[in-house]
Structure formats: structure tokens, C-alpha cells
Design a protein around this ligand. Structure first.
Ligand SMILES: Nc1nc2c(ncn2[C@@H]2O[C@H](COP(=O)(O)OP(=O)(O)OP(=O)(O)O)[C@@H](O)[C@H]2O)c(=O)[nH]1
Ligand SMILES: [K+]
Ligand SMILES: [Mg+2]
Length: 364
């Protein structure tokens, strides 16, 4: 039996197994097996014909956003609208055959937007350019899943399944489970919260399936067996995703209203240029970028030229952005803003900066 067949067998068995206390272990094991086969599927194949790598596009700017969606939902139309790059748009499917980068300038940041070929069911297993598209998606900071508002729900669940099957987790955080080698061998299992989905026995079974004999496992959260398997497998990508329903000019107001209320969702019309500003605001929020302003001694801050960093960036990150050698000459910094108790406050290299802080760096 090929891997694909094995996967489909297990998926069928999971589907027909009723979920209850008695089948809990059986289901947990099936899921562990499923994750193992999927991992095998994703291993780069030796034949040169089916390349697993993505399109060769340089990362540039302060952040990267990938446009994922079925053919003809309006991805290229969107890129052409939001950036100065033109990407061919047409009414037939698979108009776009490669990755086309554009730049959105917003709040002083350069956001790289990637237009990609449409993907379809089976993309993860290499249908169309699915694998390449997904490989690019993995490198993004945020995914925009573009959906045709007239057929959004089906498209959404199919694409979610595709991305899920290759280890991309949308709008989820990494499970809070401590999972490290243990001195002396054996499995130690503990939890700091009440577990309703996993038990020590199930965890042992799953670890056994992965031939893991020695580990210290500590659940700090009420995780599911799937989440535990994610921790074991390890190479998952946790990524924010905005669901963008395009072509709302084609549906009723009631339907627009319903879609707009869904979590992580924005409704737009590229054709009629509706709600694009709001989409940018949401995108900015999901990118979670931080703007830092610099200031020279005795002068006013330079509010025209922000340094754009990731959320959680430290003073050291700011130094590296200004000059390669600045961190080594660093004595202390003065920071004004929400990250400090006092304004200004003297801080060191490890201090975490917040959005719109002002910093003055003092050298040795
Ligand atoms: N009615 C309507 N049509 C739209 C809208 N946005 C795009 N379209 C049309 O949808 C069709 C497909 O647009 P594309 O931008 O080529 O879609 P795509 O997702 O890039 O398609 P592929 O590259 O083939 O995957 C074109 O005929 C567009 O004019 C919209 O908001 N409303
Ligand atoms: K198209
Ligand atoms: Mg296109």
C-alpha cells in the first residue's frame, strides 16, 4: 500500500470511529499514525520532477504576506490594486503561474505582498503548483486566505485542511507543553492544569507509537492529542491568517453582514474597491509590527523615519537595525513610551520595546 492509501485508510477509520471514552486511545493512536505518514509524504522526494521547494523570491521589506486561495478568487486583482506591481488578472483559472511580489507601503513600513498561483484540493500532495505555493506560505508572516464570497465556506474548509495537513497551524499558538529529554530514562508525565482531552496513558501510547522511550512531559495547558502530536513532531508553523472574502458585490447585504461577523474575517470587493482600507488596518494588526522612533541627544525625535521591528523586539534589535557595530559600542539607552515606567527611562540591551517608543542610544 502506498502512503496516500494508508493515509486515506486511517482518515476513513477516524471518520467512522465514534468519539467516546472507550475509543479515546484508539483515536489517539490513529492520529499519531496519520501524522507520521503525512510527515513521510512531505519529505523531499528524490526524483527531480516534483520539487518541494518554493518559488525563488527574495524576502524584502519589513514583513511578508502570502495570498493563498482557489483560482480566480481575485488574488492578482488585489495585488495590482494594493501595490504598484501589475499582476495579470483574467476570468479563467490558473492565470497566475508563478510568484509575483509587490510592496504595500503602510504606516512607514514596506510590506511584501506575494501573489501566487491558485491552489486546489490535493495541493499539499502536489496537485497543480500546490507544494510550491504552500512552501512559500510557510515563509510568510501572515497568510491572507482569499475566498470568493459566493463560494467561501467550501473553499475555506478545503484550504484549511490542505494547510493543516502540511503542518501549518492558522491562528493558533504553540501548545504550552514542556517536552524535553529526561536524565535517567523513562517517561515522566505531569500537568499543571486539569486535562480533559489527554491522559497519562494516552500520552504513553502516543509516545510509544513514535518510539520515544525517555522524555519529560509537562502539560501546562489542556491540550488535545493532536496538539500533543504537534509538539512531538515539532516542525509546525504557527501563523496568523486573515480570511478575506472578495467579490461581495455579488452577494446580498445579509450575506455580507454574516461573513463580516466571522472571526478573523474581512469582506471586500476588489472590483468596486470596497473596504480595502479596513483590510489594511486588520493586516497591520495581524502583522504585529512595532514602530520605533530614534532621537539624537538634545534634538526632537525623528517621526518621519520609523524603524520597523517585530513585536517583542529588544533594544539590541534596534541597535542592529541602525548599525552593525552599534550594539558593541552600546552603553545604555533612554526610552520614552509605553514600554517604560518612567519617561525617559535608562535601559539595557535586553529591554523590550513597544509600538511608538522613542529611543536615544548612548555609546561608550
Ligand atoms: N465581481 C467581481 N469580480 C472580481 C472581483 N475581483 C476580481 N474579480 C474578477 O475575478 C476574475 C479573476 O481575478 P484574478 O485576479 O485573475 O484572480 P486570481 O485569484 O489571481 O486567479 P488565478 O491567478 O487564476 O488563481 C477576474 O475576471 C476579475 O476581474 C470583485 O471584487 N468582484
Ligand atoms: K484568474
Ligand atoms: Mg492570479
Amino acid at each position: 500500500m502506498g502512503i496516500l492509501e494508508k493515509i486515506s485508510e486511517i482518515e476513513k477509520e477516524i471518520a467512522r470511529t465514534q468519539k467516546n471514552k472507550a475509543t479515546e486511545y484508539h483515536l489517539g493512536l490513529l492520529k499519531a499514525k496519520l501524522a507520521k505518514y503525512r510527515a513521510q509524504l512531505l519529505e523531499p522526494s528524490k526524483s527531480s520532477s516534483s520539487k518541494g521547494e518554493g518559488f525563488d523570491v527574495m524576502k524584502s521589506g519589513d514583513a511578508r504576506v502570502a495570498l493563498i486561495g482557489f483560482p480566480s478568487v481575485g488574488k492578482s486583482t488585489f495585488l495590482s490594486l494594493m501595490t504598484s506591481t501589475a499582476s495579470e488578472a483574467a476570468s479563467y483559472e490558473f492565470t497566475t503561474l508563478t510568484c509575483i511580489p509587490g510592496v504595500i507601503e503602510y504606516k512607514g513600513a514596506n510590506i511584501q505582498l506575494l501573489d501566487l498561483p491558485g491552489i486546489i484540493e490535493g495541493a499539499a500532495q502536489g496537485k497543480g503548483r500546490g507544494r510550491q505555493v504552500i512552501a512559500v506560505a510557510r515563509t510568510a508572516d501572515v497568510v491572507i486566505m482569499m475566498l470568493d464570497a459566493t463560494k467561501g465556506e467550501v473553499q475555506r474548509s478545503l484550504l484549511e485542511k490542505e494547510l493543516e495537513s502540511v503542518g501549518i497551524r492558522l491562528n493558533k499558538h504553540k501548545p504550552n507543553i514542556y517536552f524535553k529529554p529526561k536524565k535517567g530514562g523513562g517517561i515522566s508525565f505531569n500537568s499543571t492544569v486539569t486535562l480533559t482531552q489527554c491522559s497519562e496513558k494516552l500520552v504513553q501510547l502516543i509516545l510509544h507509537e513514535y518510539s520515544i522511550l525517555t522524555r519529560r512531559v509537562l502539560f501546562r495547558e489542556d491540550c488535545s492529542p493532536d496538539e500533543f502530536i504537534d509538539v512531538i513532531v515539532g516542525n509546525r508553523v504557527y501563523m496568523p491568517c486573515l480570511y478575506v472574502y472578495n467579490k461581495i458585490d455579488q452577494i446580498s447585504m445579509e450575506e455580507v453582514d454574516r461573513l463580516a461577523r466571522k472571526p478573523d474575517s474581512v469582506v471586500i470587493s476588489c472590483g468596486m474597491k470596497l473596504n480595502l482600507d479596513y483590510l489594511l488596518e486588520m493586516l497591520w494588526e495581524y502583522l504585529a509590527l512595532t514602530c520605533i522612533y530614534t532621537k539624537k541627544r538634545g534634538q526632537r525625535p525623528d517621526f518621519t523615519d520609523a524603524i520597523i521591528l517585530r513585536k517583542g523586539a529588544s533594544v539590541e534589535h534596534v541597535c542592529h537595525r541602525i548599525h552593525r557595530s552599534l550594539a558593541s559600542q552600546f552603553k545604555y539607552a533612554l526610552v520614552w513610551g509605553t514600554s517604560t515606567k518612567y519617561s525617559p527611562q535608562r535601559v539595557g540591551l535586553t529591554h523590550t520595546m513597544e509600538h511608538e517608543d522613542v529611543i536615544q542610544i548612548v555609546k561608550k
